[in-house]
Ligand binder design. Structure first.
Ligand SMILES: CCCCCCCCCCC/C=C/C(=O)SCCNC(=O)CCNC(=O)[C@H](O)C(C)(C)COP(=O)(O)OP(=O)(O)OC[C@H]1O[C@@H](n2cnc3c(N)ncnc32)[C@H](O)[C@@H]1OP(=O)(O)O
Length: 283
């Protein structure tokens, strides 16, 4: 009964699913809600590599707000591409950036993390491609991670000569612990799917996107006999201190980000990194 009335808020059904976009036009984030289960699939679709720019983050943020309002029964976050889940922050948002835009950009990233990390319903990252840095952060924000074999994931910021902010670090520490995080972060380690599974950075490995998606769906069955309220409140208690650490320091975090990326050596490093990306190809 509750599910029916919650779902009735969604736009018209088509083939058992409801497609939805916060702007009315599907653009960088496509949301589909399964009519039977109420599970939402949030598909990131910014070719070629789903790098996170202001527009994608703004759409993702409003999709998450709508899912919260419409009481979705769960979220699967995935990529349109079988090669890349998300390449992390679009380097062009940090390289030679304008103050006004970079302020909006970082605020949007904070907002997305706060909403996704704190989302009341169960969340799964269906990691169907590489997930460096900000891409890894999105996956870490979910409650469960299913990753396609032979991909890579990690917070590789130090490799770019930048420092992962405290909330990126906390998201990792909460999953793999302090020691493993320290080694991973200081070396900018990118884990293969197999390595990530061994250290608990991901929960399951999948053969391909389809397999990852069906394993993601299985996760929600764990809560079949659990009160949604008890589940959500427990998650909120567990995650509260991590979220509050950013919520109380958003302005400071923003200033630190802007100061850090404006440094001459950081700008030089980002420029070189962009160049190296253009020359290199991943097999
Ligand atoms: C005291 C201090 C307090 C802290 C202050 C804060 C400090 C700052 C914190 C900032 C945190 C940063 C987080 C990030 O997310 S940084 C981004 C890191 N991302 C990466 O390193 C990934 C780079 N990309 C790749 O490794 C590969 O592209 C990938 C494996 C993802 C896919 O490989 P594939 O072979 O499929 O694709 P290509 O490499 O050919 O890429 C296609 C085109 O896309 C461009 N590209 C790729 N990634 C990015 C990116 N992140 N931003 C912008 N552009 C990107 C790539 O150059 C290709 O472009 P062209 O087609 O034009 O050549």
């Amino acid at each position: 009964m509750f599910l029916r009335s919650a779902l009735s808020l969604w736009p018209l059904a088509r083939n058992g699913t409801r497609s939805y976009s916060s702007t009315g036009v599907t653009k960088l984030v496509a949301v589909t809600v399964d009519d039977q289960t109420g599970i939402a699939t949030v598909n990131l679709q910014r070719p070629p590599v789903n790098s996170l720019n202001l527009e994608l983050l703004t759409e993702l943020s409003s999709s998450l707000t709508d899912l919260e309002k419409n009481k979705s029964r769960g979220i699967i976050l995935k990529s349109y591409s079988d090669a890349v889940f998300s390449a992390g922050i679009d380097i062009l948002e940090m390289y030679k950036c304008e103050e006004e835009r970079v302020t909006l950009f970082w605020s949007a990233l904070q907002e997305v993390w706060i909403k996704l990390y704190g989302h009341f319903a169960p969340t799964v990252a269906c990691i169907n491609g590489h997930a460096p840095a900000g891409g890894c952060l999105l996956a870490l924000s979910c409650e469960y991670r299913v990753m396609v074999k032979e991909k890579t994931i990690g917070l590789n910021e130090t490799k770019l000569g930048i420092v992962a902010p405290q909330w990126f670090i906390a998201s990792l520490v909460n999953i793999i612990g302090q020691r493993q995080s320290e080694v991973a972060l200081t070396t900018g380690k990118m884990f293969t799917t197999e390595e990530a599974l061994r250290i608990g950075l991901v929960d399951e490995m999948a053969e391909n996107t389809e397999d990852a998606f069906s394993k993601s769906l299985e996760f929600f069955k764990k809560f079949k006999n659990i009160s949604p309220f008890a589940r959500a409140q427990t998650k909120a208690f567990i995650r509260e201190s991590t979220i509050q650490a950013l919520v109380k320091n958003r302005e400071k975090d923003l200033k630190m980000f802007i100061n850090e990326i404006r440094k001459e050596n950081v700008q030089k490093g980002l420029g070189q990194y962009l160049e190296s990306l253009k020359k290199r190809k991943v097999s």
